[in-house]
Design a protein around this ligand. Structure first.
Ligand SMILES: Cc1cc2nc3c(=O)[nH]c(=O)nc-3n(C[C@H](O)[C@H](O)[C@H](O)COP(=O)(O)OP(=O)(O)OC[C@H]3O[C@@H](n4cnc5c(N)ncnc54)[C@H](O)[C@@H]3O)c2cc1C
Length: 386
């Protein structure tokens, strides 16, 4: 009989794990308290940028990001062919700008070690930069061009993944309401695990995968050790540059990073600009302060944004961990429960690699000694272990 898997959380991580489990022959149910993809995953800019996101060193997290980036094209192809939907995977490459000569030095240091890991990055002088990305400010001193970074349309990826999951026969139980934690019980006689939801009642499986994003810390009491995941609000906005004077659709060809903001041009002619980082609990309100700082900074990098107001703005809660790395693994003493949460700024990028790790755990492989072990914080109270 196929294994029955219950995935708790219907963001990109939950859907990716569900997709992987179903492709491996399991009977899968996804339980989501509210709307599928309605939290961080639907708010993301969709950048797949392991080099830019990891400027310091080639540690295990960087390797995980790289592994995931490599998996992306084949993974997206499966999702697109099953769903019949386009997720707009764009191999644009990225440009990280240096506003002053002095800012080039850390970029060169980063480039030096990243070249050994396939970055194929290049230092771009001011003159060449004007040809590559003509709308950039003339005052920019130079940049690093990283051709292997890309981006997807995050809400479209979530929507396509949802359809692909349905095509595989996965049951999606959205708007399940409250998931009652004390009712997550393992029945020793029937060897099954049950949860209780306010809308659908009792849901039973052989294994649970907890993919609750910024809400995952709520399971700490159940596991008996700390899960230091907390929400970091990200506010983000989009400009309609297709209809703006001085710009046109496709005017920004690459993902562009600066010290204060990033910009990603989407196929529909919008230019996404993100993102603030602040602590506001579970509040996803967009504040004037959060968005205005993005608007104010924009013209320094892209002069054509002077005086432009965003078409829309929104916010999401990044699931941040104490050490910045996700928790992916089986709960010690509860072989029926896996957690995959805490992907902070890189959950869209890390979805295929996370799903692959969870798939391997479901097949019975051990990730013993993994730097992403969920119990790593228990060993030093709530401190960082690495
Ligand atoms: C503004 C912004 C921009 C970003 N840009 C990028 C980017 O460019 N590239 C990138 O890789 N990442 C980006 N991220 C990060 C990325 O969005 C997250 O890392 C990723 O979406 C996390 O996915 P998730 O499924 O774990 O969380 P979520 O999408 O938040 O899903 C978690 C789900 O769990 C549900 N839930 C709530 N309570 C419970 C409970 N008790 N039990 C079970 N489920 C529960 C929630 O309703 C939610 O649907 C960005 C994030 C933000 C906010």
């Amino acid at each position: 009989m196929p294994e029955r898997i219950v995935v708790l959380g219907g963001g990109i991580i939950g859907l990716s794990c569900a997709f992987e489990a179903a492709r491996n022959g399991s009977l899968v149910t996804v339980v989501e308290p509210s709307a599928i993809g309605g939290q961080a995953s639907g708010a993301a800019a969709g950048m797949l940028a392991p080099y830019t996101e990891n400027p310091e060193q080639p540690d295990a997290f960087f390797q995980l990001c790289m592994d995931s980036l490599k998996r992306y094209p084949a993974w997206v192809e499966q999702i697109e062919s099953l769903s019949g939907m386009n997720v707009e995977l764009m191999p644009t490459g990225s440009i990280t700008v240096a506003m002053h000569e002095a800012d080039l030095l850390p970029l060169q240091t980063r480039m030096a070690w990243q070249q050994r890991y396939g970055a194929a990055a290049e230092l771009i002088g001011a003159e060449q930069l004007r040809h590559m990305e003509p709308k950039l400010a003339a005052a920019i001193a130079g940049a690093i061009y990283c051709p292997s970074e890309s981006h997807v349309h995050a809400p479209k990826l979530v929507a396509a993944l949802e359809v692909a999951c349905l095509k595989l026969g996965i049951q999606l139980m959205s708007h399940a309401g409250e998931i009652k934690l004390p009712a997550i019980t393992k029945d020793p006689l029937r060897m099954e695990t049950a949860i209780e939801t306010s809308e659908y009642g009792r849901i039973v499986g052989d294994k649970l995968i907890i993919c609750a994003g910024a809400w995952a810390s709520k399971y700490a009491e159940l596991f008996g050790f700390p899960i230091p995941i907390h929400p970091i609000r990200g506010q983000i906005c989009s400009f309609d540059i297709a209809s703006e004077a001085g710009a046109e659709a496709g005017a920004v060809k690459h993902m562009v990073f600066s010290s204060q903001a990033y910009w990603v041009g989407k196929q529909d002619g919008t230019l996404i600009c993100g993102a603030s980082e602040d602590v506001a609990g579970y509040d996803t309100t967009v504040t004037e302060r959060g968005i205005e700082s993005l608007i104010r900074w924009g013209p320094r990098v892209f002069p054509f944004l002077e005086g432009k107001r965003p078409l829309s703005s929104w916010a999401g809660l990044r699931p941040a961990t104490l050490d910045g790395w996700p928790l992916i693994g089986t709960i010690p003493g509860r072989e029926d429960i896996i957690i995959a949460a805490g992907h902070y700024r890189n959950g869209i990028l890390l979805s295929p690699a996370t799903a692959a790790m969870v798939g391997s755990l479901l097949r019975g492989d051990s990730l013993k000694g993994s730097p992403f072990a969920p119990e790593r914080f228990a060993k030093r109270g709530s401190g960082v272990q690495r």
